[in-house]
Design a protein around this ligand. Structure first.
Ligand SMILES: NC(=O)C1=CN([C@@H]2O[C@H](COP(=O)(O)OP(=O)(O)OC[C@H]3O[C@@H](n4cnc5c(N)ncnc54)[C@H](O)[C@@H]3O)[C@@H](O)[C@H]2O)C=CC1
Ligand SMILES: O=C([O-])CC(=O)C(=O)O
Length: 337
């Protein structure tokens, strides 16, 4: 039996993400939690004739902790898209004050009711919210770094789409699976076009086109925020991206093949390859890299990719590392104060 809980399930991401999970044959129980509107979402999804059950939980008051506990109880996978999204003119860091508290409260609930669950954090600023979850679980004595995933998959999805758009006749977006490393905001996002099959396409671009492409991946979120004009940020592409990571993790529970995804993870010594990775990123505790998935969580970090990148990408990493160090420290400080 596989139980998946979505926290923030009534939101712009939560609803389409829950729909996709409802359709996944590897999910037996879908558990939806939100502070508003979630009974309707649950009732709606529950009519779909896929084989999973659907339950929805909403707290009766601000003090009510039982709804979250019931939603989380015995979950194998918990996905968190709870929190406020950006409006034009805001950075992801501007969301910190509100979302940090939301995430900390939810992480406390996970520690109590689903301490062994895989936790996928979508809520922004991801660079800081993932350290908050790590510290909170540590304080509760239930932390397993191999089971914590910052969701950066939308950056990979965008990197694949955007390079293909430059070669509409010669390629399709699904031809690519670009590694995107670093973090999930602006210049902390580092797409590695010099590796995999994107290399030959990328190398044919002019210096200006290369710069523009990298910038588009780094600031792709802004395109959606501006187009939505105050009504939020990416939801549908994000639901797709979050689902892709969840689907890969669910597959890894039973598959014997190697399944690799990029995720923003804690480079903790207990994870194979994390020490090597940490050395290569100047000691940062959190960083997005490709990882090998398994039923016990992250089985290994593919750190060697850092030895293969181009000089241009090394330059991008210098800027990324500097910003990431601050974002991580901010999250840790919040959770430990
Ligand atoms: N990691 C990534 O690549 C991306 C992350 N995001 C982030 O995802 C988050 C959610 O975005 P949207 O779904 O568009 O926002 P939204 O406002 O549409 O939905 C958020 C939901 O969270 C709920 N919520 C608030 N406090 C809660 C709590 N304590 N417990 C449970 N639910 C709670 C709200 O009631 C709402 O239904 C934002 O922080 C956004 O920045 C968005 C796009 C991409
Ligand atoms: O831009 C935002 O605020 C939402 C997000 O993280 C993205 O779309 O990558």
């Amino acid at each position: 039996m596989v139980k998946v809980a979505v926290l923030g399930a009534a939101g712009g991401i939560g609803q389409p993400l829950s729909l996709l999970l409802k359709l996944n044959p590897n999910v037996d129980e879908l558990s939806l939690f939100d502070v508003v509107n979630v009974p309707g979402v649950g009732a709606d999804l529950s009519h779909i004739n896929s084989d999973s059950t659907t339950q929805a939980f909403v707290p009766s008051s601000k003090e009510d902790k039982t709804a979250l506990a019931s939603a989380l109880k015995d979950s194998d996978l918990v996905i968190i898209p709870a929190g406020i999204p950006r409006k034009p003119g805001m950075t992801r860091d501007d969301l910190f004050n509100i979302n940090a508290s939301i995430i900390k409260g939810l992480a406390e609930g996970i520690a109590e009711s689903a301490p062994k669950a895989f936790v996928l954090v979508i809520s922004n600023p991801v660079n800081s919210t993932v350290p908050i979850v790590a510290e909170t679980l540590k304080q509760k004595g239930v932390y397993d770094p191999a089971r914590l995933f910052g969701v950066t998959t939308l950056d990979i999805v965008r990197a694949n789409t955007f390079i293909s758009q430059l070669y509409p006749k010669e390629s399709k977006p699904s031809d690519f699976n670009i590694n995107v490393i670093g973090g999930h905001s602006g210049e902390t996002i580092v797409p590695l076009y010099s590796l995999t099959n994107s290399k030959s396409y990328y190398n044919k671009l002019s210096a200006d086109q290369k710069k523009e492409l990298i910038r588009r991946v780094q600031f792709g979120g802004d395109e959606v925020v501006q187009a939505k004009n105050g009504a939020g940020s990416a939801t549908l592409s994000m639901a797709y991206a979050g689902y892709r990571l969840a689907e890969s993790i669910l597959k890894s529970f039973t598959s014997s093949e190697e399944i690799v995804e990029c995720t923003y993870l804690n480079l903790d010594s207990s994870i194979k390859g994390a020490d090597e990775a940490k050395k290569l990123v100047d000691g940062l505790d959190f960083f997005s890299l490709p990882v090998v998935l398994s039923k016990n969580g992250i089985a290994a970090v593919k750190y060697d990719i850092l030895n293969q990148i181009s000089d241009e990408e090394k330059q991008l990493l210098v800027v990324a590392k500097d910003q990431l160090a601050k974002n991580i420290a901010k999250g840790v400080e919040f959770a430990t104060k």
